[in-house]
Write a protein that binds this ligand. Structure first.
Ligand code: ADP
Ligand code: MG
Length: 313
C-alpha cells in the first residue's frame, strides 16, 4: 500500500538519505528506527509530500506523492517532529480548523471530531487552550489531528520524544490501538520503543537502509549470538589466558569491578553452546573463583547497537 523506491535526498553535497527502499503493507505497525541524524524525519517528510526527494519515488495506494499529491495525501495523516499546533486555540477549535483544511464535509465535522477525541481520550480537554495542556496531552492533540479525515495510514515522527515514562506508556498504548484500524509508521531512535509496539522494523543509519524485517525475525536472526557474563577474581592475564582456551568465546567487553582483582567480562558465544559448566571447572582448576556466570540472548537493543555504529560510540 506504500512503496518507497530508491529514495535519495541531497542537501548540497551531503546525502541525508541514499537509495532507501521499503514497503508498508496494510494493517501493520511499522517502526522506522535509527540514531539521531540517520534520516528518519527526511524520509517521513518525503513520504508525506512535505519536501521533495532528489530522486526516487513514493507510491501511496497507487498514487505518486509528487505527481498526484492531492490524491496520495488523502490516505495519510502525519504528525511531524514539531507538531503543527495552534497554541491559542482550544482543542476543539483546532481540530475543527484541521477538519476544515482537510476538506471534511461540514455535516460530518462534528461527529468526526467527537470520534477522534474519544479515540485519543481528549474529550474532557476539548475546551482547554492547547498552550495550557501538558506535553502528553499536546501530543495527543497532534495525533488526533492525523486522524481527522480517517486516513488509512498514520505516520508519526518520534511521537514519544520529550514525554515522561507514564506519558510514553499512554502514547504507546494509543499507537497500538490505532494499529487496529490503520497502517501505522512511527519513528524512534530508541529500540525498546519499537520492539514494544511494532510488527516490523526498518532500520536506517547515516542515510542508508540497514535492515527491514519483522520484529520477530530480527530477534530470531540474532538469537544465535548469545552473550555470557562472567566475573572472575584473580590476575587479569591468567583469566584472559583461560578464556583464550575457548575459541568460540570472544571478549566483547571487560570492566574492572569495585572489588579488588575482580573483572567482569561480556563474552560473545559464536556456536550457541553453553560453556558455563566447562568454564566453572576450568577456573576452579586454576584456583580462580568465578563470582558470577550467566547467559543472556541478545536483545533487540543489543542488535541495534551491533548494526548501528553510532550506538557503540
Ligand atoms: P533524523 O530524523 O533521523 O534525526 P534527519 O532526517 O533530520 O535525521 O536528518 C538526516 C541528515 O540530514 C542529518 O545529517 C541532517 O543534518 C541533514 N539535514 C536534515 N535536514 C536538513 C536541511 N534542511 N538542510 C541540511 N541538512 C539537513
Ligand atoms: Mg528526526
Amino acid at each position: 500500500m506504500i512503496e518507497v523506491r530508491n529514495l535519495t535526498k541531497k542537501y548540497g553535497d551531503h546525502f541525508a538519505i541514499q537509495d532507501i527502499s521499503f514497503s508498508l503493507e496494510k494493517g501493520k505497525i511499522y517502526g522506522l528506527l535509527g540514531p539521531n541524524g540517520a534520516g528518519k524525519s527526511t524520509t517521513m517528510n518525503i513520504m508525506t509530500g512535505y519536501i521533495a526527494a532528489t530522486s526516487g519515488e513514493v507510491i501511496i495506494e497507487g498514487h505518486d506523492i509528487f505527481k498526484e499529491a492531492e490524491e496520495a495525501k488523502k490516505h495519510i495523516g502525519y504528525l511531524p517532529e514539531i507538531p503543527p499546533l495552534y497554541m491559542d486555540m482550544t482543542v476543539w477549535e483546532y481540530l475543527f480548523t484541521v477538519a476544515d483544511l482537510k476538506g471534511v464535509p461540514k455535516s460530518e465535522r462534528k461527529s468526526m471530531i467527537g470520534d477522534v477525541m474519544e479515540k485519543v481520550m481528549l474529550t474532557n480537554m476539548k475546551d482547554r487552550l492547547i498552550k495550557n495542556l501538558s506535553k502528553g496531552y499536546k501530543q495527543r492533540v497532534g495525533i488526533a489531528q492525523t486522524l481527522i479525515g480517517n486516513p488509512d495510514i498514520i505516520i508519526l515522527d518520534e511521537p514519544t520524544v520529550g514525554l515522561d515514562p507514564k506519558q510514553i506508556i499512554e502514547i504507546r498504548t494509543l499507537i497500538k490501538r490505532l494499529g487496529e484500524d490503520h497502517t501505522v509508521l512511527i519513528s524512534s531512535h530508541i529500540l525498546s520503543e519499537i520492539g514494544a509496539v511494532c510488527d516490523h522494523v526498518v532500520i536506517i543509519n547515516k542515510g542508508h537502509l540497514v535492515v527491514s524485517d519483522s520484529t520477530e525475525n530480527l530477534e530470531k536472526l540474532f538469537k544465535g549470538q548469545d552473550i555470557l557474563c562472567l566475573s572472575a577474581q584473580g590476575e587479569l592475564e591468567k583469566i584472559q589466558n583461560i578464556l583464550r582456551e575457548f575459541p568460540a568465546l570472544s571478549i566483547a567487553d571487560m570492566k574492572e569491578a569495585e572489588e579488588a582483582e575482580t573483572y567482569r567480562f561480556q563474552l560473545k558465544v559464536q556456536d550457541q553452546a553453553d560453556y558455563r559448566k566447562q568454564l566453572f571447572f576450568r577456573f576452579a582448576e586454576a584456583g580462580i573463583p568465578l563470582l558470577e556466570i550467566s547467559r543472556a540472548g541478545m536483545s533487540l537493543e543489543d542488535i541495534f547497537l551491533e548494526i548501528t555504529e553510532e550506538g557503540r560510540a
